[in-house]
Design a protein around this ligand. Structure first.
Ligand code: DAH
Length: 610
């Protein structure tokens, strides 16, 4: 089963290069110095669940919604504040901008926000009382109890490219940076593509919080991706971290040497490992704690420290999985989907070596569920420069990240990711806060399949254009390489790196093509782009489909592809499945949508319909 995971991990068997730590170091310093990241967390505690009775899941907003207004604000930004029309692209003369979470942002030539994605901001499903996403969050948080772990949410989805990528050591050509995969607000800001964008801020906060040694963060994240029953351009992630500091004094408060400090830290990790509950999980873990070539430890870390931290990380996450899947199995028994004997069998999980720019060594955890191995989460030992840059360089520790929908779909038996966004009481009324129940389908409405076929290159292929341009009608210059988020990140450029979600080379054109990426404004007021400017990418087709039909499309699949033997032109045929999760669509309605889709593909991607 393919469900939305976190996406940017690589199996080590795919031979991925580790980014040089120097890059990590200097880029993060730049980012911190630029003042883009909050120096402290908002001290105001925001209760995320309205009317939540037990106060056990207090959550703090990690990115305050209201930034202070600078004394000399850009006049267009001031205008956006004054207009106060959140999540809507506003144009005035040659300027374009958008107000998100009370903050004005100017758009530029890198922007690719669409009205569809903007409509999905501010829903905060993780905080909605009774919602399955919120219950799943609480279940996960319960494995990491307060006050030792701080629980954060992040209401403002806009983060800097520094926070989302640079601080975390993402290489300049990582496919996740590509505008085909990421929603750019402008060249310096994106809708966060993962909750790790808040790691730096959360580690910084830890420097000030004496009583806590870890955190969890939950937020919505945004990716331009394929359309099917397990992918939606907005989904939720959670991540967590746990650090151990090196003591400076012994238990009597007497100063100890640095060497002694190292020994004490090892004892502390040993102690925390002993304190963890033992869970009935059958875990397959053939890998060593680290491997010099495949999955190296960091030079600052001692062998024993890594061994113990890895054991602590794995046991903590096995506990998480045991808790979640136990709840899922109980719900299945209660609904008559599973017999009690099967429930008593221990849960099977396996650990696989992985690669993330911000951890080493790294792993992924898979779980055997209904006969299939599912990737569930990514994790690893936090890169020391990251901790150093956040002011907690004296500590070492682990971090993990997972996709919440993936777990919620299994827990509640929800078959289609679009349902989480439903406001239909027949869906919402089925769920209660902190209770796992099996979803009862209220109806499955008829599907309506329609094919759309087009040539993707209007002239015989010659060269691959490097820098796509978007079609916003404002006059900012195209950002220059190497900072340009588009440049060098073409999925065609690095097939090896492009394998993970968020940068999938299989979605790029099978041949060099000359089409235009989807653009935010192209729906309403685009200038006519030069179709010869960019490479074809499937995610741009998906974005146009989303803009035209929103959640009325269940999935879109490539069903045919061929190259004309004489002209060398490539033809693609996509099958669009129009099906609402909430009602029956009329023929007229789907025909109109499909015609509009054809027109928009021609106009925005420069394709020629067949
Ligand atoms: N941010 C990663 C993703 O979206 C998931 C992840 C992996 C988070 C490992 C972590 C981690 O904190 O340590 O794919």
């Amino acid at each position: 089963m393919r469900l939305p995971f976190t996406g940017w991990g690589f199996r080590l068997s795919r031979k991925n290069p580790k980014p040089p730590l120097e890059t990590l170091r200097c880029k993060s310093t730049d980012a911190a110095a630029s003042g883009e990241l909050p120096s402290t967390l908002n001290p105001v505690i925001r209760r995320v669940e309205q009317g939540h009775r037990a106060a056990s899941f207090k959550t703090v907003d990690i990115y305050p919604g209201d930034n202070p207004i600078p004394p000399q604000e850009d006049p267009f930004k001031a205008f956006l504040r004054h207009r106060n029309e959140p999540n809507k692209i506003i144009r005035e003369g040659s300027d374009a901008g958008v107000l998100i979470s009370s903050n004005p942002h100017k758009l530029d030539s890198a922007s690719n926000l669409s009205p569809t994605i903007l409509k999905l901001l501010d829903r905060h499903l993780y905080a909605e009382h009774n919602h399955p996403i919120s219950t799943t969050r609480k279940l996960i948080q319960s494995v990491f109890p307060q006050p030792k772990y701080q629980h954060y949410t992040a209401t403002n989805p806009v983060v800097t490219t520094a926070a989302n990528f640079d601080v975390l050591g993402f290489p300049a050509d990582h496919p996740g940076r590509s505008s085909t995969d990421t929603y750019y607000v402008n060249k310096d800001e994106v809708l966060r593509t993962h909750t790790s964008a808040h790691q730096h801020a959360a580690f910084k906060a830890m420097a000030k919080l004496k009583a806590s040694y870890g955190y969890t963060i939950c937020a919505d994240v945004f990716r331009r991706d394929s359309i099917d029953r397990s992918h939606f351009p907005v989904f939720h992630q959670m991540e967590g971290a746990r650090l151990w500091r090196k003591p400076k004094t012994d238990s009597h408060g007497i100063r100890i040497s640095s060497f002694e400090g190292f020994n004490r830290r090892i004892e502390l990790i040993q102690h925390s490992l002993r304190e963890l509950p033992r869970v009935p999980v059958d875990a397959e873990d053939p890998n060593p704690a680290f491997h010099d070539e495949r999955n190296p430890k960091q030079s600052e870390h001692k062998h024993e420290e890594v061994r113990l931290m890895a054991a602590h990380l794995k046991r903590s996450l096995e506990t998480l999985v045991a808790r979640v899947f136990h709840a899922a199995r109980e719900a299945r028994v209660a609904s008559g989907h599973l017999d009690a004997d099967t429930v008593d069998q221990p849960l099977k999980v396996r650990w696989v070596e992985a690669y993330f720019p911000f951890t080493t060594p790294s792993w992924e955890l898979e779980v055997l569920w209904q006969g299939e191995w599912l990737e569930l989460l990514g994790c690893g030992i936090v890169q020391q420069p990251l901790l150093h840059n956040a002011g907690v360089g004296d500590r070492i520790g682990w971090a993990w990240g997972l996709g919440v929908e993936r777990l919620a779909m299994l827990l509640f038996g929800i078959p289609d990711i679009r349902l989480f966004w439903s406001q239909d009481p027949r869906f919402l009324d089925q769920f209660q806060d902190k209770v796992i129940t099996r979803y009862q389908p209220f109806s499955r409405y008829p599907a309506c399949y329609k094919d759309i076929a087009f040539w993707i290159d209007s002239s015989p292929p010659t060269t691959v254009a490097e820098t796509p341009s978007t079609s916003i009608t404002i006059t900012e210059p195209q950002p220059a390489s190497p900072k340009n988020p588009h440049s060098g990140s073409s999925s065609l450029a690095k097939p090896g790196l492009a394998a993970a979600a968020g940068g999938d080379s299989t979605k790029a054109s099978p041949s060099p093509a000359t089409t235009q990426p989807a653009s935010p404004s192209s729906s309403s007021s685009s200038s006519s782009p030069s179709p010869a400017a960019a490479t074809f990418h499937e995610n741009n087709v998906m974005e146009v489909v989303r803009d035209v039909a929103g959640s009325l499309v269940e999935d879109v699949r490539l069903v045919d592809e061929f190259r004309h033997p004489n002209t060398g032109r490539t033809s693609l045929c996509y099958r669009v499945n129009y099906r609402s999760p909430e009602r029956t669509l009329t023929n007229d309605e789907t025909n109109r949508l499909h015609e509009e889709l054809g027109r928009r593909l021609v106009r925005e991607l420069g394709v020629e319909l067949r």
